[in-house]
Design a protein around this ligand. Structure first.
Ligand code: PLP
Ligand code: COI
Length: 352
């Protein structure tokens, strides 16, 4: 194999100045194969490059694809730690099971992250506003149009340098409550992180942008009434120091940031409640000023205030439209653990 050509430090520095989400991939990726005969095998780290695929691949035709998203952060002592890597590994397993795929072992998942970060360590930003986003993906590779689950799979892990999803210091986002489309119904794939959930949501995301909004907020599929989550993040509503978030009904993604926020909020002396909230009640609670703020949370979004809601039935502002105090306190607490500024009381940092 010819000696691998790596980009210079100067070019690397230039590429990561303002990394738009999803655009600045690192130089390597992990690749692992699975077959019914051999199980998991051929784990290797390879240069990031386009790959050959079979045009009849099951993953491409029938969408047998699941993925994860987690971040690695530079720590004050120069080491690198991923946030809640084991929880992401377990969700990856549950998503795989839902899509009739083999479950990648937790150790394999963690080793893949460690190998990739070792190879691309110089890409892990030193700068406090950036991190390394890790993207494991698993898909069926069998070249067959027969309508059945694959018998061969490939697991890749990619890495990219990123700021937060909406850009650092972005103003509170506006959201579009979709009543025309639905993301997930009972018994469907809503709580799995599968590619098809996102493909099915793009049309509503386009609609959101057409209405001047940055994200779609999904309502339940049965009644188009109850707020569930956003296109790529969970949602919280703040009533002063009391937080409300939709319950894990089976149709929304059980966000790891959501779970962290529930824990941290309690530790910060806030009260938390998992209960359903309708779009109509959301509007009424804003009109009466009972609801003081709302925010989105997720790996990509971290904690991002939501300031404005638009829907076919009209629009309304949340609080005074500015970032709220609960979101700010929670963001500081969350980022503190992620970046190693405060003690890790829950074993959330995973050194890579
Ligand atoms: N909901 C959806 C649809 C998502 O894509 C994400 C992001 O992964 C989340 C919620 C938040 O999940 P997490 O906090 O685990 O990143
Ligand atoms: C993440 O936060 O990891 C996500 O998957 C959502 C993102 C792609 C918008």
């Amino acid at each position: 194999m010819p000696a691998e050509k790596r980009i210079s430090d100067a070019e690397l520095a230039a590429r990561v100045v303002r990394p738009a989400f999803g655009e600045v991939l690192t130089e390597h990726m992990v690749s692992v194969q699975w077959s019914a005969e051999q199980g998991w095998h051929q784990a290797e780290i390879v240069p990031y490059a386009p790959m050959l695929i079979d045009p009849a691949m099951v993953g491409l035709h029938y969408g047998q694809v699941v993925f994860e998203g987690l971040k690695a952060y530079r720590q004050p002592d120069g080491s690198v730690a991923a946030f809640r890597a084991v929880d992401h590994a377990r969700r990856f397993q549950r998503s795989a099971t839902r899509l009739a795929m083999p479950e990648p072992p937790v150790e394999l998942f963690l080793d893949a992250l460690a190998e990739l970060v070792a190879a691309d360590r110089r890409w892990v930003p030193e700068d406090d506003t950036k991190s390394l986003y890790l993207r494991p993906i698993l898909y069926a590779t069998d070249p067959s149009l027969a309508l059945r689950p694959g018998t061969r799979y490939r697991l890749l892990v990619l890495a990219m340098v990123t700021e937060t999803f909406f850009g650092e210091g972005a103003p509170p986002v506006s959201v579009w409550a979709s009543t025309r489309y639905a993301r997930a119904a009972r018994g469907g794939t809503g709580e799995a992180k599968c590619a098809g959930n996102y493909a099915g949501g793009f049309v509503a995301q386009v609609e959101a942008v057409e209405h001047g909004c940055r994200q779609v907020v999904w309502l339940d599929a049965a009644e188009h009434t109850w707020v569930e989550e956003m296109g790529g993040m969970n949602i919280f509503f703040g009533y002063g120091d009391h937080l409300v978030t939709p319950p894990l009904s089976g149709t929304l993604l059980p966000g790891i940031t959501r779970s962290s926020v529930l824990t941290l909020a309690t530790e910060l002396g806030m009260t938390v409640e998992e209960r359903m909230l309708s779009l109509a009640q959301w509007r009424a609670d804003c009109a009466s000023h009972a609801m003081t703020e709302a925010f989105a949370c997720g790996t990509a979004a971290v904690i991002t205030p939501v300031g404005h809601v638009a829907a076919e039935s009209g629009e309304f502002r949340i609080g005074d439209g500015r970032p709220g105090p609960a979101a700010a306190r929670l963001r500081t607490a969350l980022v503190g653990v992620q970046r190693g500024r405060v003690p890790d009381r829950h074993g959330w940092r995973h050194e890579l």
